[in-house]
Design a protein around this ligand. Structure first.
Ligand SMILES: [Zn+2]
Length: 332
């Protein structure tokens, strides 16, 4: 009988944690050595990790990312075989899998498929936490004691494998279990407002990026979308961080910045095309619809004067669009 674990009323074997039991690690989509991968663990471990890294960042300024997380059985087989081969009779074996002795050929170990804590969706491999056997890595020394308060253990990593980066979640050692993550201090109404704003962002982005009349790069070959993306990233972090009573003001400032970045970051010719094309109308409509929805949601959540906010936001848009006209006139 294969070993099993039970969580959330579901029983699973190693490497087969049901997708419904998984949750994503923050910062979303910024993991792996490439820095652009999504990482998942079993919900309780993921929630703990997200609380733990917020705590580490708050107390030490260190931002943690991972390059190992939940691993399916097939991924474990691939991993194991990349680091081991069947041992010859004369060779030492480091482990046994399916009755055969295996010889270690890699630089870091992998557990035989079916027993790894990665397969239980309960282990992470932390980036920049020291090489094999180096448990004195300075980042690790500062961050680990905080992670330990959140239930993250190094026992397995300090064992035979000597992997400072490999940590395993033990729910019985988590002193912060069930606490709300630091970041998530928004009310449901604010959550809804943020969702509306992100919808607006996507709508505007779609029109701007997919409009076939809008060139993807300027004449100098520099992709102007980079400016847009940077502005959107700023907008997001402003919204998430700036969730305070004055955040409608921050929202308006962010929108104004987004507009001015768009206006500034373009070459002389595309505003002409943009202005001349249907894309402009669609863009304006997307913005205004999205903003109206966002403003309504905001007003509802904060008991603010929706009409006054709406007028202020629409004035900002008018200003930005005036900017486009001026650019067009000057370039023309
Ligand atoms: Zn690991």
């Amino acid at each position: 009988m294969a070993a099993t674990k039970t969580f959330g009323g579901k029983t699973y074997t190693n490497g087969q944690c049901p997708p419904g039991l998984l949750a994503e690690l923050m910062p979303y989509g910024k993991h792996g050595n490439s820095g652009d991968q999504r990482a998942f663990l079993r919900k309780d471990a993921a929630e703990s990790w997200n609380r733990a890294i917020a705590d580490v960042e708050r107390r030490t300024g260190i931002k943690l990312r991972v390059r190992g997380w939940n691993r399916t059985y097939d991924e474990q087989v691939e991993f194991f075989l990349a680091r081991h081969r069947v041992a010859k009779a004369s060779e030492t074996a480091c482990c046994v899998w399916q009755g055969r002795r295996y010889h270690f050929t890699g630089t870091a170990h992998a557990a035989p498929p079916g027993i790894s804590n990665h397969g239980w969706a309960l282990a992470v491999d932390v980036i920049d936490f020291g090489g094999v056997g180096d448990f004195d890595n300075p980042r690790r020394k500062k961050a680990f004691p905080i992670l330990a308060e959140h239930g993250w253990t190094e026992t397995e990593g300090r064992g035979r494998i000597q992997e400072p980066w490999h940590l395993v979640y033990d729910p019985t050692k988590d002193k912060h279990k069930g606490e709300k993550p630091e970041e998530d201090d928004m009310t449901p109404a604010q959550d809804a407002a943020l969702k509306e704003i992100l919808d607006f962002k996507r709508a505007a982005e779609k029109v701007l990026l997919n409009g076939n009349k809008v060139p993807r790069t300027g004449k100098d070959g520099v992709p102007w979308t980079a400016n847009l993306m940077a502005a959107i990233a700023r907008l997001d972090s402003t919204l998430v961080k700036g969730v305070t009573p004055d955040w409608p003001a921050k929202l308006m400032a962010a929108i104004a910045r987004l507009d001015s970045t768009l206006v500034k970051g373009v070459t002389p010719d595309w505003p002409a095309k943009l202005m001349a094309s249907q894309a402009k109308t669609e863009r304006d409509a997307a913005k205004i619809n999205g903003l109206e929805a966002a403003v309504a949601a905001l007003a509802q959540s904060k008991g603010l004067d929706g009409e006054a906010i709406k007028k202020a936001v629409l004035d900002k848009i008018d200003e930005a669009l005036d900017g486009l006209t001026v650019t067009l006139t000057n370039a023309g």
